[in-house]
Ligand binder design. Sequence first.
Ligand code: TEU
Length: 555
Amino acid sequence: MTTAWWKKRTVYQIYPKSFNDTTGNGVGDIPGIIEKLDYLKKLGIDVIWLSPVYDSPQEDNGYDIRNYRMIDDLFGSMEDMDRLLEEAHSRDLKIVMDLVVNHTSDEHPWFVESKSSKDNQYRDYYIWKDGKADGGPPTNWGSIFSGSAWKYDEQTGQYYLHLFAEKQPDLNWENPTMRKDVYDMMNFWLDKGIDGFRMDVINFISKDQAYPDGEVKSGEKYGDPGPYFVNGPRIHEFLQEMHGEVLAGRDVMTVGEMPGAEPEDGKVYTDPDNQELDMIFTFEHMSLDEEGGDKWNIKPLDLRDLKENFEKWQTSLHGTGWNSLYWNNHDQPRIVSRFGDDGEYREKSAKMLATCLHMMQGTPYIYQGEEIGMTNVHFDDLNDYQDIETLNMYKEKSELGWSHERIMEAIYTKGRDNARTPMQWDSSRNAGFTEGTPWLPVNHNYKSINAESALHSQNSIFYHYQDLIRLRKKMNIITQGRFQLLLREDPQIFAYERQGEIDSLYVICNFSSENIEITGELNEELKGAEVIISNEKYPEPSNLQPWEGTVYWLK
Ligand code: TEU
């Protein structure tokens, strides 16, 4: 069997709203993406994952879809989309679209119908329940975007479920007709020629039909519904059905976004024998800097937790399933600000982080701007923030007694708008992103951090990513080797070995601003090895430089 194409290629995520605006309306668009295909080709990526461009009221930046078969005017037209597919394919670039089918917008015709009366044929496309006998919503569940997960509808006297915003009602996957409509829509896009799907919170679609109350943790107002929908009772059945109805026989790529999935789950979801998905996004490594399951309750990262977590995923899936590898996406703060140093060592630490991730087994994902080391943003005024999660959270935490300062600090560290400020193309006004007023302010550091200057400097983060992408294609050991964690107890060095049949890679990464000496056996071993990539000119294993990341090849 030939190796699946997505095992040796790197994916680049585009958040269209913030990528490149050609109309001057302050919002990126599809022609803007076409304009930058050569830039992406130069970087060396092979696959583009497009965050949603479908028709949407944009309550959650397109993750609230009104019409799955239409492109939002904001981004262009279906002709633009067809042209993007053509232009991408002619450059041997693949296009993977976002698939948001845990919920739709409340403006989707299915929901408009569903809401209109209890006996409407679409009623059962969504999750409607009576309130509790003594009043109030059917369960105590909290929404991921704050507040209750249930919204009361006056007209029909029932509540509908929305795990996310009120304007994002959850679809009822128990309904086979609804499922068939979703599969038809997926086939529509694949028949058009797209190359796969990134599936939004796809492990949330099967709900426990008992709808029990969730546990209320201390300091919280609502119950935790997670146990009743994360990897729910019929999830494998639904994914296998989807595979049979849509994916079987097509040479496409699928990646399921799966908060709450553990390595054992990941193995089941991605084992090709099970015919579900090619890979999933885990969130475990993205929650190591939080306390008590609350992303806003921040604690410093202990590097040992991060190493252990990667080790679990790397070893559990090896030989059976497949990992996705990511530091960033449109929901996460910028990695150089999070686990690196976005001051003095910005370039060095960004390269080290890239090396550390890209030498693992799996398919790497680069989020727009990561390749130039874009950083978190710091708006003094809450009004500059646009993200619904952030704004709802501000209200909820204030009510719970958090101080303004504490909430703002949490937003600076974890808010999703950190990832969503416009792409920094050059040092001209608005970083070359738009001629108009950007929908979200540009990070003020664009004059020094931008793509144009990265392209001009041979030593830039951009070219480092280019090298990593090339190495993956060239060296089979990167896609195939076994993973062995080294220096497990070290709190500053992330070191691991990739073991092939006849050779080994040693990946040595310093997650600190200190010089560190590597001694003993490992040092001896590295002495005879060849350096294949490093962010240091003359790497010395016995004297690791601040934020150094070096890969040694031992034959
Ligand atoms: O995100 C799912 C999700 O649960 C989280 O990552 C979430 O965005 C949040 O950060 C939790 O604190 C997906 C999309 O990636 C996200 O942009 C959407 O807002 C969400 O689903 C709803 O569609």
